[in-house]
Design a protein around this ligand. Structure first.
Ligand SMILES: Nc1nc2c(c(=O)[nH]1)N[C@H]1C(S)=C(S)[C@@H](COP(=O)(O)O)O[C@H]1N2
Ligand SMILES: [Mo]
Length: 523
């Protein structure tokens, strides 16, 4: 066996380890903040907190001294302080373990505290700092382990002078490991920072945006459309509660000035729309219930929102669809594709190229700045978010993302009804128990909802006021519950008199069918 060649020990190996470890931690913290928020980055959360809590006098002094580069000065200053503390943590971890690890862990805790206290932060803002702290400690230990045993520890206790022996011979492995980790950290940090900067631009763009008033506003929601019962589903789903489904690992970030929609294929003339072009067109506001094909019986991958946008038909007319074309193949900025029947965009229903959701610009994860919403079709064949390209084509010529993965090319939403309250498996005293739920039959409308107890006769539930055939409808069923274990089922009947399909089918390939049920114990 050949031994690893020993190099002469530079006296700064433990300090270098500390700096590399903390650098790697901060770099990973940047990347980990990407799916959360720019404000969740430990470095910037702490930096912003320092800025926000700086006394006015100090701030004025900083602005006077550094001018517009006051923030740069702050971050450089922070960098220097962090580097010194990082070096100290390496030194201490070598001589008094685990003191260095403790310092890094304290950094992590400060990051967590700063991040979760940023405006609008949720608990998820803590994650990047926690990951960063763990990475920092692990890297520090890996690097110091490469230095071999610290033969001076006992000696150091006796004689507090740093001993030459405290500097164990440095292996080539240490140099390679430290350099490798440092290089990886720089790469990870640069990528993370760039992605955060893109997100920050889009966040700022969205915050500045003022949406136009609709030329055609949505009819007001009658008070009777919503049940006033705890545990019942609100008629309009808050943006923060709206289900999110997409293939994007990293939410696409696109500003309004970057956005374009190119319309091509079987058209009379190719057209490219800019944001200003789109906003110059009259806007329509519509309340539409959106559902995911993956929503299983009783599931909650369905939501109802007020959308503001330009009718898709008006946009198609700018280019002119040639006869024979039957599919709109839309593509998002991240390359996801979706095939929508042109008939569903031109038959008079309120298909929108939407820019607003419940009175605000689209949330970034719901497609900012522009997405599609088509009543009656599952999201995978209609609701392209971050949409940038429309190709007019034919179903016989093109296949979209999910169709190539075995899902049906056409995806009309199947009628469904579900229980919302009380929760499954709960206990209630005998007597009246108010059961409530939701039902939808988009673009046909709900005529009736029925409930049966223990496979008995179907009994009518009370329906809330209908808003439109494109929105879900809440229902309630005052049940005279008797002692024992009971199973309740619900079903909807649409305006064409068709009952919901009772036979269970799982979501693939074209949406689930079957009856939702709940079990209750009545005492
Ligand atoms: N760009 C893009 N748009 C997309 C998807 C996607 O993966 N990428 N998923 C679709 C699916 S399957 C559904 S159900 C809806 C969900 O929209 P939401 O996340 O706003 O609720 O978006 C649709 N639009
Ligand atoms: Mo979906």
């Amino acid at each position: 066996m050949t031994s690893i060649p020993k190099l002469r020990t530079p006296s700064i190996a433990p300090e270098v380890s500390g700096v590399v470890a903390v650098g790697a931690a901060l770099a990973v913290g940047e990347l980990a903040a990407v799916p959360v928020s720019p404000d969740a980055s430990p470095y910037f959360a702490v930096g912003s907190t320092v800025v926000d809590s700086t006394p006015e006098a100090v701030r004025e002094w900083a602005i006077e001294t550094f001018g517009t580069s006051d923030k740069v000065a702050l971050y450089v200053g922070m960098g220097v302080i962090i580097a010194l503390l990082a070096a100290a943590s390496g030194y201490l971890e070598r001589r008094r373990p685990p003191l260095g690890s403790v310092i890094i862990a304290v950094f992590g805790v400060l990051g967590v505290l700063a991040a979760v206290n940023r405006p609008g932060a949720s608990w998820t803002y803590a994650i990047p700092s926690i990951i960063a702290g763990v990475v920092g400690v692990v890297v520090l230990r890996i690097l110091l382990a490469q230095l071999g045993p610290n033969r001076s520890r006992e000696a150091a206790v006796v004689d507090d002078e740093p001993e030459p022996a405290a500097r164990a011979p440095l292996s080539r492995r240490f140099v390679l490991t430290a350099a490798g980790i440092a290089a990886a950290a720089v790469a990870v940090g640069v990528v993370g920072r760039r992605m955060l900067a893109d997100t920050a631009d889009t966040v700022a763009d969205r915050a500045r945006l003022l949406l136009p008033k609709p030329a055609v506003p949505a009819p007001p929601i009658p008070p009777g459309a919503e049940l006033d019962l705890s545990g019942a589903t609100p008629f309009v789903t808050d943006n923060a509660d709206f289900y999110r489904i997409d293939t994007a690992l990293q939410v696409p970030t696109l500003t309004t000035s970057e956005w374009r929609l190119r319309i091509h294929g079987d058209v009379d003339k190719e057209v490219t729309l800019s944001w200003d072009d789109l906003l110059a067109m009259p806007m329509t506001e519509r309340v539409v219930t959106l559902a995911c094909v993956s929503n299983d019986v009783g599931g909650d991958l369905v939501g109802n929102a007020s959308w503001l946008g330009v009718p898709m038909r008006a946009v198609l007319d700018l280019a002119g669809v040639r006869p024979g074309a039957d599919m709109l193949l839309s593509t998002s900025v991240d390359g996801w594709t979706c095939g929508t029947p042109i008939s569903a965009l031109t038959d008079g229903r309120d298909a929108l190229l939407a820019v607003g959701m419940n009175g605000s610009p689209l949330p970034i994860e719901h497609g900012y700045p522009v997405r599609q919403v088509v009543p009656g079709l599952y999201g995978y064949v209609s609701a392209t978010k971050w949409v940038v390209d429309w190709e007019i084509t034919r179903f016989s010529d093109a296949k979209a993302y999910w169709t190539t993965r075995g899902w049906s090319a056409l995806g009309p939403i199947k009628m469904a009804s579900r229980f919302d309250r009380p929760a499954d498996g709960t206990e209630h005293p005998a007597g009246e128990v108010i059961i409530a739920g939701t039902a939808w039959a988009q673009h046909t409308g709900i005529e009736r909802v029925e409930v049966r107890v223990d496979q008995g006769p179907w009994q009518p539930a009370e329906l809330t006021t209908e808003y439109s055939i494109d929105t879900w409808r809440q229902w309630r069923f005052p049940w005279q519950a008797t002692k024992g274990e009971h199973t309740l089922e619900c079903r909807a009947i649409d305006k064409l008199g068709r009952p919901q399909i009772e036979r269970y089918q799982s979501p693939a390939p074209d949406g689930a069918s079957g009856l939702d049920d709940r079990g209750y114990t009545i005492t």
